[in-house]
Design a protein around this ligand. Structure first.
Ligand code: FAD
Length: 449
């Protein structure tokens, strides 16, 4: 028996189901997938992070007597070659987005593929309502996970004792340059291990619930990128967070956030059409004005909180959760631009981009998804910035041209923009007018459903 262990979004050796289920001679591999890389700009930060993480994975595999073979090709080409070398089976972790499903179905025709779900705590197949249909609302879904709520530890996978390294040429390791990418500077926390991030978080968790929305503070765990690429499993996060010396209510609140990640994966599994369609079936007449969308992307809308968030995203690949909610609401409601455009833009830029969480959150913001924000709720970006960044600290860090402007003017408290900003763009749309326009349009779309 010769097995291929195909690492993709599980770049770790601890608590990895493919390493635990493997048997006999194994070839761990990672493919720099040409189908994906050819669509990315050469300064994509995620490629720098993946490249570094794959190097660390290779070193860790060597410590347990294995190694990692690297390929720079399409998966189809790689497996056609490996088939000829007598491999019987591929073990890999599962992904539910359309590209991944199509790719895996094709690979399965070349070599049998066994898929494991270890990027999530919950197998979507296992959780259904009493009428055997999937949950569509978060709270009952969350409440149904009683065994999880009762437990403080979930058993982790151990590396199989019955495996050994197949004879192979493991020497190929393409540089970023050879892959066609430039090395990028990453935010400091991405040079830390997941354990180090949890240690940092142990000092912040006491104020997590209270301060989570204050986006000028660093209150979150910053674990989303490590979770996305599987440098840590959600099970390990669960186990480690449960062990922290912290108030139970803070720990429970954090686990609840982690379950949102599960919920959106669950929704994508049960409703794959949500990747492409409004899940609630409404038909919104979206604004086709490309210029408005471009201004949102560049951070030139004339609304400081929106522009600071978008420019920060463009330069760092990061955006705080509250800011994601504010810019998404502004795009889909105030500008009335289709959420799919915002989703696709985030997919290009976010370091932690994860199809299920991104699609689910965009459909939530657009009032088109399951358990979504009601259509008549439109965030006022100025009230949001005043409430969560009263001194405009975050905004001033990004928008240097506003550094001497009084916070109350940045939050537009007197409602007159023209006398405030000399070198800053004027609002591309009035907040009140565009809010009313959105409510009318969403009301019509909901009535005509
Ligand atoms: P923490 O507050 O420390 O939370 C812990 C973990 O729980 C996170 O790492 C994440 O894995 C999970 N989590 C927290 N909040 C959410 C949530 N609302 N939905 C799903 N999972 C959550 N998250 C992504 O990982 N990838 C995405 O592509 C993504 N796109 C988003 C798009 C929009 C429009 C919105 C509103 C939210 C999106 N999120 C996404 C969720 C959330 O913003 C990030 O997970 C969070 O900001 C990551 O920071 P953290 O690790 O410090 O989170």
């Amino acid at each position: 028996m010769k097995q291929i262990l195909w690492f993709r979004r599980d770049l770790r050796i601890i608590d990895n189901e493919i390493l635990s289920s493997a048997k006999g001679e194994v070839l761990p591999i990672f493919i720099f997938d040409k189908n994906i890389l050819q669509n990315l700009p050469n300064n994509d930060k995620r490629v720098t992070f993946i490249h570094k993480s794959v190097y660390e994975l290779k070193e860790n595999l060597k410590k347990i007597g294995l190694d990692l073979a690297l390929f720079f090709d399409t998966p189809t080409n790689v497996f056609i070659k490996l088939k000829k070398q007598g491999f019987d089976e591929i073990l890999t972790s599962i992904d539910f987005d359309s590209y991944a499903k199509k790719r895996d179905d094709e690979i399965e025709k070349i070599i049998p593929l066994r898929r494991f779900l270890d990027s999530y705590l919950i197998n979507p197949k296992d959780i259904l309502k009493s009428d055997k249909t999937p949950y569509k609302v978060f709270t009952p879904f969350y409440n149904s996970l009683e065994p999880l709520h009762q437990s403080n530890y979930i058993k982790e996978f151990e590396v199989s004792k019955n495996i050994n390294k197949v004879d192979f040429d493991y020497s190929f390791f393409p540089s970023l340059d050879e892959l066609g990418f430039e090395k990028q500077d990453l935010p400091n926390f991405l040079y830390k291990t997941a354990d180090e991030l949890i240690c940092d978080f142990s000092k912040k968790i006491r104020n997590y619930q209270e301060n989570r929305d204050f986006f000028y503070l660093d209150v979150g765990s910053n674990l989303s990128v490590h979770l996305r690429f599987g440098l840590i499993s959600p099970k390990m996060v669960f186990n480690k967070i449960k062990k922290l010396q912290a108030p139970k209510k803070e720990i429970d609140f954090f686990i609840r956030e982690l379950i949102w990640r599960e919920f959106y994966n669950y929704i994508l599994y049960h409703f794959p059409k949500s990747e492409f369609e409004n899940l609630n079936g409404i038909n919104v007449n979206w604004n086709q004005n490309e210029e408005d969308f471009q201004k949102w992307c560049e951070g030139n809308t004339g609304v400081p909180i929106i522009d600071a968030s978008m420019r920060h995203l463009n330069s760092t690949g990061l955006m705080h959760n509250r800011l994601r909610m504010i810019v998404a609401s502004y795009l889909v409601k105030n500008l009335l631009v289709d959420w799919k455009k915002g989703e696709a833009y985030f997919a290009q830029k976010l370091l932690d981009y994860e199809a299920s969480s991104n699609i689910g959150s965009w459909q939530w913001a657009a009032s088109t998804g399951v358990d979504a924000v009601p259509y008549f709720r439109v965030f006022n970006p100025y009230l949001q910035s005043k409430k969560f960044d009263n001194e405009a600290l975050f905004i001033k860090t990004v928008l240097k041209e506003l550094k001497d402007v009084e916070p109350k003017k940045i939050h537009n408290e007197n409602g007159v923009q023209e006398d405030i900003f000399l070198t800053y763009p004027k609002q591309i749309v009035s907040i009140n007018y565009s809010r009313d326009r959105a409510i009318l349009e969403f009301k019509r779309a909901n009535c005509e459903k």
